[in-house]
Design a protein around this ligand. Structure first.
Ligand code: AGP
Length: 609
């Protein structure tokens, strides 16, 4: 995830920005930059690579400044490069901006601005913000940012400065976090509290639709209509671990809440809202090779295997390609049959799982190509595959995979659309409609997350239960498996996931009042089938909790508890149905006093068999 830092105060700004960026490194990045104001002029320095490269560059040719902004970029669209690194300038070079998030309408804005004579240097969405503020600027940076924000769609946390409105940093937020540190005669703005705590424990967290106007004499807060806002000043603790958790009790909970931003980041720059096309040139597999592919073989472990099972539905529905999904630990020892028409897709968030790496090596020379879907740039699996499709989830600290799962689903959806387009198996209208729907998923995830307290209260009622059954059908069958895995791996409670159609073939014998069932019941083509499975459970004194559409008026009469989610395209419901199950598992584990982030016997990456 990108990181933002800004400083206004009496101290020399360059060391403060560099130290601040170092404290944001854990968020994951591949380029960095700063912009400082020195005697009325903006000086910028940007590097591809790590902050030590920025420091080396500054040692060779130092910068001085009285205030400034900095940024760490996790490349989401457009390769990591100095040119694509933030801060980005407007045409005049008198204004710079750093940004975290996705501007969904950046293409339309860019075309309009180009027609008005603006010249662009990069393919980033961020640069559009700089030119839009330039267009709106009439002397007040605050007013120009406010006017520009009104035209931006999507998620953006920005910090902006202009020498035409000196001694001012303006920050604005919709989506990704921004926090303002109120020091003694100095003010900072950052993506999280970590960089701020070296200067002050007093901070104000911007809400969506709020701005901070930072000047040498202090900071003022406004909403996007210009109305002053009184902010609660939080007194922050000094626990660095807690800081990195941004106030969340566990990394896992923070990462569950990061999922909307992670989906946005994984989509960023890979879809064109104009044409409905998916662009995945970056994966390094040619269109002719992909066009030739006749089937797909997905190989993974654990949660990544569950993502692969969801991906099977995406690929079959959108690319009309037959798909097998295999556990790496089993596949690698089979006398498997594979041919040059098969695309092997290995999924691994760590990129280091021994079984998955071994399976990759076993079939690499016998298939059409191996494509890795991974979160770890330059990991072993990434390096040994023919092509790589990176998820952009940022580092996942909690052992239980959450945000990397939904990031993998995002990557698999993009791959299915791309393959379908290359093979001519999906029409533009269908593709456009799905992309339109996918753009709304992060916001719908945020609506589910907003109900976390209700899920926590519900989980409290089940803390002492020792067995759970999870069931789903069609594209949500793998989500039942994932929900069960989450619960068992962090709370040590037994849970099983099943295709609901299998209940009569055995599992229904387990049902009694001591074994609650979590049913995943979105209104899709198998909804009625699932209702019958539920009624069979209810007829045997089973307790049923249903993850279902919030506007489903029928489901409450069939189950004991409804966990509501927004309605969504049938293929996309896993992005939403998994979130309450992650939260349910988290709260049960936390209330059982389990070591949620480091569950017993488990490692974040299983690099040995
Ligand atoms: C999931 O919560 C577990 N941490 C585990 O099943 C994990 O998904 C599995 O070990 C695969 O890891 P990978 O994605 O890094 O290959």
């Amino acid at each position: 995830m990108c990181g933002i830092i800004g400083y206004m105060g009496p101290k020399s700004v360059v060391p403060i920005l560099i130290e601040g960026l170092k404290k944001l490194e854990y968020r994951g990045y591949d380029s960095a930059g700063i912009a400082v104001v020195d005697k009325g002029h903006i000086q910028t320095r940007r590097v591809k690579g790590k902050i030590h490269s920025l420091e080396e560059s500054l040692q060779k040719s130092p910068l001085n400044g009285s205030y400034g902004i900095g940024h760490t970029r996790w490349a989401t669209h457009g390769r990591p490069s100095e040119e694509n690194a933030h801060p980005h300038r407007d045409c005049t070079g008198q204004l710079v901006v750093v940004h975290n998030g996705i501007i969904e309408n950046y293409l339309a804005l860019k075309q309009a601005l180009k027609k008005e004579g603006h010249t662009f240097r990069t393919e980033t969405d961020t640069e559009v913000i700089a030119h839009l503020i330039e267009k709106k600027f009439r002397g007040s940076l605050e007013e120009a940012v406010r006017a520009a924000a009104a035209e931006l769609e999507g998620a953006f946390a920005v910090a902006v400065l202009s020498v035409e409105d000196p001694d001012t940093i303006v920050a604005a937020k919709v989506g990704p976090p921004l926090v303002v540190g109120l020091g003694d005669n100095e003010t900072l703005v950052s993506s999280d509290v970590n960089p701020i705590l070296a200067y002050t424990q007093n901070a104000a967290f911007l809400e969506d639709g709020e701005m901070a106007v930072i000047k040498p004499e202090g900071v003022k807060f406004f909403d996007f209509s210009g109305k002053p806002v009184t902010k609660k000043i939080e007194h922050l603790t000094w626990n660095p671990l807690l800081i990195e958790k941004r106030g969340f009790k566990h990394f896992m909970l923070k990462e569950i809440f990061e999922q909307p931003e992670v989906v946005r980041d994984t989509l960023l720059g890979r879809i064109s809202l104009d044409s409905g096309k998916v662009r995945l040139d970056e994966i390094g597999l040619s269109a002719p090779l992909l066009k030739h592919v006749r089937k797909a073989l997905v190989i993974a472990c654990g949660t990544s295997y569950h993502a692969g099972l969801v991906g099977k539905y995406f690929l079959e529905s959108l690319a009309h390609v037959p798909v097998e999904v295999e556990y790496a630990s089993e596949f690698r020892y089979r006398d498997f049959v594979i041919d040059k028409d098969t695309l092997v897709i290995v999924i691994s968030q760590s990129g280091e799982t021994a079984d998955t790496l071994a399976a990759l090596r076993a079939c690499k020379e016998r298939c059409a190509a191996v494509l890795a879907i991974t979160n770890a740039v330059s990991s072993s699996i990434a390096r040994e595959s023919h092509g790589v499709l990176y998820t952009h989830a940022g580092p996942e600290i909690g052992v239980a995979a959450t945000k990397t799962f939904t990031a993998q689903l995002t990557a698999l959806l993009l791959l299915a659309l791309n393959l379908g387009q290359i093979k001519g198996n999906i029409d533009q209208e269908t593709s456009y409609a799905l992309i339109e729907e996918m753009q709304r998923i992060p916001h719908k995830m945020e609506k589910v997350l907003a109900r976390a307290k209700a899920i926590e209260d519900l989980a409290s009622r089940f803390v002492s239960f020792s067995h759970f059954l999870y069931m789903g059908r069609w594209v949500n069958f793998p989500v039942a498996l994932e929900g069960a895995l989450k619960l068992k791996e962090i709370s040590y409670v037994h849970a099983e996931g099943y295709p609901a159609g299998e209940m009569k073939h055995g599992p229904i014998a387990l049902i009694d009042e001591k074994m609650p069932t979590l049913a995943i019941v979105p209104k899709d083509k198998v909804y009625d089938k699932l209702l019958s499975n539920i009624s069979e459970i209810k007829a045997r004194a089973g307790y049923v909790l249903a993850v279902a559409f919030e506007d489903d008026a029928q489901i409450p009469q069939h189950v004991d508890v409804v966990i509501p989610i927004p309605s969504a395209h049938p293929l996309l419901t896993p992005f939403l149905t998994v979130v309450p199950l992650q939260l349910f598992a988290y709260f049960i584990a936390a209330k059982r006093g389990a070591d949620v982030d480091q569950p017993r016997n488990l490692a974040k990456s299983v690099t040995v068999e």
